[in-house]
Design a protein around this ligand. Sequence first.
Ligand SMILES: Cc1cc2nc3c(=O)[nH]c(=O)nc-3n(C[C@H](O)[C@H](O)[C@H](O)COP(=O)(O)O)c2cc1C
Length: 228
Amino acid sequence: MEHKWFGLGLLAMGVAGLVSIVAIPPDGARPHGAAPAAGLVRPLPWTVEEGGIGVYEALAVRRASRDFSRRGRLPDEVLGRILWAASGVNRDDGRWTIPTALDSRDLRVFVLDRDGVWLYLPEEHALRLCKAGDRRAASGKQRFAGKAAVNLVYALDPSAQAGKGVPEEAIARNGAFEAGCAAQGVALACASEGLGNVVRGSWPADDLAEALDLPEGWLVLMAQSVGP
Ligand SMILES: Cc1cc2nc3c(=O)[nH]c(=O)nc-3n(C[C@H](O)[C@H](O)[C@H](O)COP(=O)(O)O)c2cc1C
């Protein structure tokens, strides 16, 4: 088992490293102080099997927390574990830590942090920069959203369930179930990491649409603020 995870981790890091080499300009360096360009891939450390509390202990301390006034940051190791809980790969066949309808793996997790809007890439265990700049406040109507270390936004790519016999009206509902599973996984990971989190069903739609630039048809399902 340990060997399997180690192998999977190495594979993920290897692929992520390869992708980042491809995505970064050929000279390998950005001018000092320049904003990172969209498309940049940021590999996350593979530390998912390290530490943590038991699931029942995590359930006992899970709760909504809205005090992010410390404005702390999340180390990439911690962010990597949290995103793995949301939709990370946990098996050799590429399936995820959360269930998805017909194994469509159609939930997309965006990360809004100080540096920009990122899309989590489960197979690479990495983040791809969609847009540079701090858009955290665009994910929430409540002021704490702008202070949380990261805001996760769960969105659905409905094309993955299309053509598989899923009734039209069930596609978004399935996505909402998937987002709920991801958000609870993140909440338990936060409990384990000693971090606050709160799921949110409200956001300023126009601001968030501008921040995410979602492809046609994608749906925003839920947001979740995370931080110390
Ligand atoms: C679907 C859903 C939407 C929610 N939306 C918000 C929200 O927009 N803002 C907020 O502060 N909390 C939101 N919450 C968090 C609830 O207020 C919180 O879970 C509830 O008060 C119970 O507290 P607990 O999570 O500590 O048990 C939402 C929770 C759910 C499940």
